[in-house]
Design a protein around this ligand. Structure first.
Ligand SMILES: [Zn+2]
Length: 431
């Protein structure tokens, strides 16, 4: 039977994951980088992140997968199918976290993929295509302001100019770290994976939002991924004595920045109501110079992140925010620099995979929600080189990037089981 390009082989798999092993390994990974109040910190290219990947490699080796690690440390564990040369089904997510993040963001997708693949191997499930578990490095942007690094390199989507402003809080440049790994501007594209070696990419992730819980659904089938436009704004005024400089003679960079922060919120709220595409905008980080109680701030640097699932809505808001920044600078007679960090287009996921994932839920009688993703994921990069699909499970109270991040074990197991069901179909059916 042909359905939307996939040939159906079986409607429900009778292969079941090992729930205890899945939850045990998930728990073990979440202890790496554990801090106050159960928070988890594994920043990209840190020792903790490396330890997370080492543990994954240990599990992959135990499972008898063929391990391959690329120059950026993206880690692949392969299970060969009937045709070793056939394009592979890639399944995974990331193990790096934000600062003081939660246990499940990314980690569940990697360990869930591993559990699905080792179950396939143990139970000798016939697979036409190879299946690979992947852990991408640097999905989170908390260290360098640069997200989905590993998958962007695999998709050939990292551009030299994007790296110029990617620096961590200690002043370390992402570009220098990449150079130490043998990746330079001239060979960025060399990390790209040949699309002919891939059949599809699948990712299981926590929702990181409140919709599934509100709608009392245990599974989300993702249709598209909102993309961010990110830039830095630096206002430069004059640092002066806070006691001797009259109000009308000041060039206060922080007051200008404050106007922008409020404007970002106002503009996004206005456009979320008017446009069909929801737009969200955030100023999440700020640096003030000199940053002391008795000096007028001479410089204020803020980061702006604007996202939507439609490019038109996002671009319009970005234009309005830029115009506001320039207006504030002119009126307050300050210098302003706007430095682009990342410019991404919202990404639709593969319609055939959306359909297939819905069928996998139907086959088990699971009610699901068809929804876009407000957060960025590795799938948005992979979608540029191969058909990509995503499943969500609920996040309690929608909380993520926090030690309070929580998903119910039963939902984690259900999501992993559906991931396994879908892998069997994608690996055995023709696209
Ligand atoms: Zn994530």
């Amino acid at each position: 039977m042909v359905r939307s390009g996939f040939v159906m082989v079986n409607s429900i798999s009778h292969v079941s994951i090992n729930k205890r092993r899945l939850l045990r390994d998930l728990n073990s990974v979440s202890r790496i980088g554990i801090g106050d109040h159960g928070s988890v910190t594994r920043l990209v290219f840190s020792i903790k992140e490396l330890r997370g990947r080492q543990f994954l490699i240990h599990l992959m080796r135990q499972a008898g997968l063929q391990i391959n690690i690329d120059r950026t440390s993206n880690t692949f564990g392969r299970l060969n199918g009937g045709h070793a040369k056939a394009p592979a089904v890639l399944v995974g997510s990331h193990l790096d976290t934000v600062i003081h993040g939660g246990k499940f963001d990314g980690t569940m997708g990697v360990i869930g993929a591993l559990e699905a693949v080792r179950t396939l191997k143990e139970q000798k499930v016939p697979l036409a295509s190879p299946v690979e578990v992947v852990c991408f490095v640097g999905e989170e942007s908390s260290r360098f302001g640069y997200s989905t690094l590993g998958s962007s390199l695999v998709a050939g989507e990292v551009h030299g100019k994007d790296l110029s402003n990617a620096t961590d809080a200690q002043g370390t440049k992402l570009e220098d770290i990449l150079a130490s790994l043998g990746i330079h501007r001239r060979n960025l594209r060399s990390m790209r994976r040949d699309p002919s070696t891939l059949k599809a990419y699948m990712e299981l992730h926590i929702e990181q939002g409140p919709i599934l819980e509100a709608k009392e659904k245990r599974i989300g089938v993702v249709t598209s991924i909102a993309a961010p436009t990110r830039f830095k704004v630096i206002f430069t005024g004059q640092a002066d004595h806070s006691g001797t400089t009259p109000m009308e003679m000041r060039k206060d960079a922080l007051v200008a920045a404050s106007e922008v922060i409020v404007a970002v919120e106002k503009i996004c709220r206005r456009y979320s109501r008017m446009e069909k595409g929801r737009v969200v905008g955030t100023v999440g980080a700020m640096k003030i110079e000199p940053g002391v109680i008795n000096a007028i701030p001479g410089q204020a640097e803020l980061s702006v992140d604007i996202r939507s699932i439609t490019a038109a809505a996002k671009n319009r808001v970005v234009r309005l925010v830029h115009a506001k920044i320039r207006e504030v600078a002119r009126r307050r007679r300050l210098r302003v620099d706007i430095l682009p960090i990342r410019e991404e287009e919202p990404v639709p996921l593969d319609k055939r995979l959306v359909h297939l994932l819905k069928e996998c839920c139907d086959a088990r009688g699971i009610a699901y929600e068809v929804m876009p993703s407000g957060a960025g994921h590795d799938a948005m990069q992979m979608a540029k080189i191969t058909p990509s699909g995503m499943l969500f499970i609920p996040s309690r109270r929608g909380i993520s990037h926090s030690p309070l991040e929580w998903s119910e074990p039963e939902d984690i197991c259900l999501g992993t089981q559906l991931l396994l069901d879908s892998i069997i179909r994608v690996a055995n059916e023709t696209i």
